[in-house]
Design a protein around this ligand. Structure first.
Ligand SMILES: [Zn+2]
Length: 132
């Protein structure tokens, strides 16, 4: 089956619109890595010289000082760079709390069983208690 020529005609006129968006492409500059406000999280994209990478956010940025600066000031990025260690400790703390609660539940069950055993409280006594 031959390809319909209509498809290529339709996609043709839409491509020049994209070309209008292209502005000055700037290559990654090593000087940005010396900048105190960037150097802790910025690295160059090994595959694309026109891109920069924030390895804290795992975000690809356009190699433009303004874009990089804006990213560095963004709430998401600031949260990541300042609260990254705290976040992980909160996660582990939650895990610990969950485990602790679970253990406590089991422990109290065991304690109750032991108490009943110790004082020879039968299930019938419990039933009577609930009836009256
Ligand atoms: Zn970032």
């Amino acid at each position: 089956m031959p390809n319909s020529s209509d498809d290529s005609d339709q996609s043709g006129p839409s491509t020049p619109k994209k070309a209008k968006k292209i502005h000055y492409k700037q290559k990654f500059t090593d000087e940005w890595l010396k900048d105190n406000s960037f150097k802790t999280w910025l690295k160059r994209d090994s595959k694309d010289p026109y891109r920069a990478v924030c390895f804290m956010c795992d975000a690809k940025l356009i190699a433009d000082r303004v874009v990089i600066k804006r990213h560095g000031e963004g709430a998401k990025h600031v949260k990541r760079t300042t609260a990254a260690p705290a976040q992980s400790s909160i996660a582990t703390a939650f895990e610990k709390v969950e485990q602790f609660d679970d253990d406590k539940c089991k422990a109290s069950e065991i304690k109750l069983a032991a108490f009943m055993e110790e004082h020879k409280i039968s299930m019938r006594v419990m039933d009577n208690h609930y009836v009256s």
